[in-house]
Design a protein. Structure first.
Length: 279
């Protein structure tokens, strides 16, 4: 199958953050670019949204497809799902960035290579550009530049149309099926069941619950880099979900990844360390 890859940027009301992401996209000269901007919830956020529109208007390369929501505020979950759905109508792969995820030097090389290598692996559902900090002792003992984990990642990620059709749009029904099947909902972190329940109750505007359940129900994995290709600049209290913290600050890759296994390989030590970050 020939791969056609779109890059999606989802923005809202953070012009300074958005500018940094667009500067990185300009440096990479990213083509097949979609930019989506949600509308404001109130006049204060609407003013910031207008500033974001101004930043988006500075994109001066390629022919980006820009959608500025003129209707009611969609919210984060609906905005991301709409963006991915839209891009996959034309392309069979999508790379997704939000306005606080800045792609590093080798991000797109890494993403394109993983999309190419694992597109025919049904047990691989997506790719994360970000990784939590992996201790050097674990990195040194691991012979690859990637590892695999059942928890999906949302900070600079990618997937294929063949995987996105598994996205669970009815989270409540999927949650019930997962419990009925005896699936370990803590396998990607002890915070997952509570996060899903909050989504069902309508107290958490997160698209990730349906994607987590898709991975669990299909016994699928995410590809993660051993060293991050994404800098998350949203841990400053400006985001919808991220509070002020440096817990997820991580090294940035300076070397292009070249060592990729032929399929899913599980490193129990890395995965045990991974779960300590999500409680």
């Amino acid at each position: 199958m020939s791969l056609s890859i779109a890059t999606v940027l989802c923005t809202y009301n953070r012009p300074i953050h958005t500018q940094q992401v667009i500067d990185a996209l300009r440096w990479h000269q990213v083509q097949n670019l979609y930019v989506f901007c949600d509308s404001g919830k109130d006049e204060q956020s609407a003013e910031q949204v207008r500033k974001v529109h101004g930043v988006v208007a500075t994109i001066d390369w390629g022919l980006p497809r820009v959608e500025l929501n003129q209707g009611p505020n969609r919210g984060l979950a609906a905005s991301v799902v709409h963006a991915v759905d839209t891009a996959l109508k034309t392309y069979n792969c999508v790379i997704v960035l939000e306005d606080d995820t800045v792609p590093a030097t080798h991000f797109f090389t890494y993403m394109h290579e993983c999309l190419r290598r694992y597109h025919q692996h049904p047990d691989v559902i997506g790719i994360s550009g970000y990784t939590i900090p992996i201790p050097k002792v674990l990195r040194d003992a691991h012979p690859w530049d990637v590892y695999f984990h059942p928890r999906i990642g949302s900070w600079g990620w990618a997937t294929w149309g063949r995987a996105w059709i598994q996205y669970e749009r009815n989270v409540s029904a999927a949650y019930y099926r997962a419990k009925e099947a005896g699936i370990d909902l803590n396998q990607g972190g002890q915070d997952v069941p509570n996060m899903i329940e909050q989504r069902i109750q309508g107290t958490l505007d997160a698209w990730t619950s349906g994607w987590l359940l898709a991975a669990y129900l299909n016994r699928a994995y995410y590809v993660y880099p051993m060293v991050s290709h994404i800098q998350n600049i949203g841990m400053d209290g400006t985001g919808v979900h991220c509070s002020v913290t440096d817990r997820f600050r991580t090294l940035q890759a300076t070397i292009e990844p070249t060592r990729f296994p032929g399929g899913v390989l599980i490193n129990d030590a890395i995965n045990a360390h991974f779960r300590t970050y999500y409680r």
